[in-house]
Write a protein that binds this ligand. Structure first.
Ligand SMILES: C[S@@+](CC[C@H](N)C(=O)[O-])C[C@H]1O[C@@H](n2cnc3c(N)ncnc32)[C@H](O)[C@@H]1O
Length: 391
């Protein structure tokens, strides 16, 4: 089966997430983890972890060894490069623009809070759509640029940029009518920015206010991926004649963010979890969901693949986008979880199991995943629990 889609861009075609939050733009085309998951799936108190992180870019140089992923997280958002990549993700940015411009009735004379404003692009869209006032909150140093951008484009009277963490700033108004945010991370919940949106919602949103987007769903499917699994995982078995399989154990635990060709898909796609951002509690981002994947042909399964979609259900017509392998690629790509076993599956047979997802206790921006799967097939039977960590 063919390898990944060939990404025609400046970025690498696949990545493990360790120590980088760099986002990628795609071409246009359609050891403690186990214990954490077993006793967690509880809400994490973000406040403890996030303290003092918003001033990240200068203050961490002497203490690089102690950096958490959260530190890298805010560092990365201070540089324009990550914003360039997000802005150039046309699926992402154009969807927000269309949602706002094609639904001006939602924004007219409304007070909007832009959670994690970055360059201020969503605030500018809202201002142009007729919002009475927009509060653009950004904790990285990109807030300074956002202020200039707002001024340069003549929106200073409508947009107020506030530099600081949502959890710490004083908003000049008691309530807002709309909260807009692009908070989604790889595997939907990596980065854990959703909790920041929920915090803002509970503190400032009027009772009948809008959260945009208001729905996000995570999906799972299974793929044939022999070639790439060999390259990324089995590689460590024999490196120039030496056994480095201890690294293989680590490699298989790290989900890989990469584009998957739809021809690699062997089973149906199963909805794992839908989050209603307007109603959910912070703890709801941790969950265990069962799945049943039915093979659509005789093939081998090497990995499960997760992806998400988001929707704006309060628009005149339902709007949103998918990050799935059958949709036009986004910088979120898909998230590939390699299996220890190669599953020889016949058409109609099922891989059943469950996936548990929770923020890592030590670094809540990291994600711990527990996958249980089993196949009782004619040609193969396997049953296993695997632990993964996105960091
Ligand atoms: C995914 S980017 C989106 C940027 C911009 N809204 C856009 O659509 O291009 C998320 C932004 O939220 C900021 N951010 C994350 N957590 C935050 C928090 N707790 N308070 C304020 N800003 C935050 C990050 O620094 C980053 O710039």
């Amino acid at each position: 089966m063919g390898r990944r889609k060939n990404n025609n861009n400046n970025s690498q075609s696949s990545m493990n997430i360790t120590n980088t939050i760099t986002r990628f733009q795609d071409e246009e085309d359609d050891t403690t983890v186990s214990s954490n998951l077993e006793d967690s799936v509880t809400a994490i108190d973000k406040a403890t972890e996030d303290e003092a992180m918003c001033d990240a870019d200068v203050s961490y140089t002497d203490a690089d060894d102690d950096k958490t992923s959260a530190d890298y997280y805010f560092d990365s958002y201070s540089h324009f490069g990550i914003h360039e990549e997000m802005l150039k993700d046309v699926v992402r940015t154009k969807t927000y623009q269309n949602v706002i411009y094609q639904n001006k009735f939602l924004f007219k004379n409304k007070v909007v809070l832009d959670v994690g404003a970055g360059t201020g692009i969503l605030s500018l869209f809202c201002a142009k759509a007729g919002a009475a006032h927009v509060y653009a909150v950004e904790c990285s140093h990109m807030a300074d640029m956002a202020k200039q951008i707002v001024e340069t484009n003549g929106f200073s009277d409508v947009i107020t940029v506030l530099k600081g963490k949502i959890e710490e700033i004083d908003l000049p108004v008691a309530k807002v009518d709309i909260i807009i945010s692009e908070w989604m991370g790889y595997f939907l919940v990596f980065e854990n920015m959703l909790n920041t949106v929920l915090y803002a919602r509970d503190k400032w949103l009027v009772d009948d206010g809008l959260v945009l987007p208001d729905k996000a769903s995570l999906y799972l499917t299974a793929i044939e991926d022999a070639e790439y699994k060999d390259d990324k995982i089995e590689f460590w078995n024999n490196v120039y004649g030496f056994n480095m399989s201890c690294i293989k154990k680590q490699a298989i635990m790290e989900p890989l963010v990469d584009t998957v060709d739809q021809n690699q898909i062997v089973t149906n796609c199963q909805l794992l979890k839908t989050m209603d951002i307007s109603k959910m509690a912070p703890g709801d981002a941790s969950f265990t969901a069962p799945f049943k994947l039915v093979a659509q042909r005789n093939d081998y399964i090497h990995a499960l693949v997760a992806y998400f979609d988001v929707s704006f259900t309060k628009c005149h017509k339902l709007m949103g986008f998918s990050t799935g392998p059958k949709s036009r690629a986004t910088h979120w790509k898909q998230t590939v979880l390699y299996l220890e076993d190669v599953l020889t599956i016949c058409e109609g047979e099922t891989v059943t199991g469950s996936m548990s997802v929770a923020p890592n206790k030590k670094n809540p921006r990291d994600v711990d995943i527990m996958l249980k799967y089993s196949l009782e097939g004619r040609r193969c039977s396997a049953s296993r629990i695997q632990y993964y960590k996105m960091r």
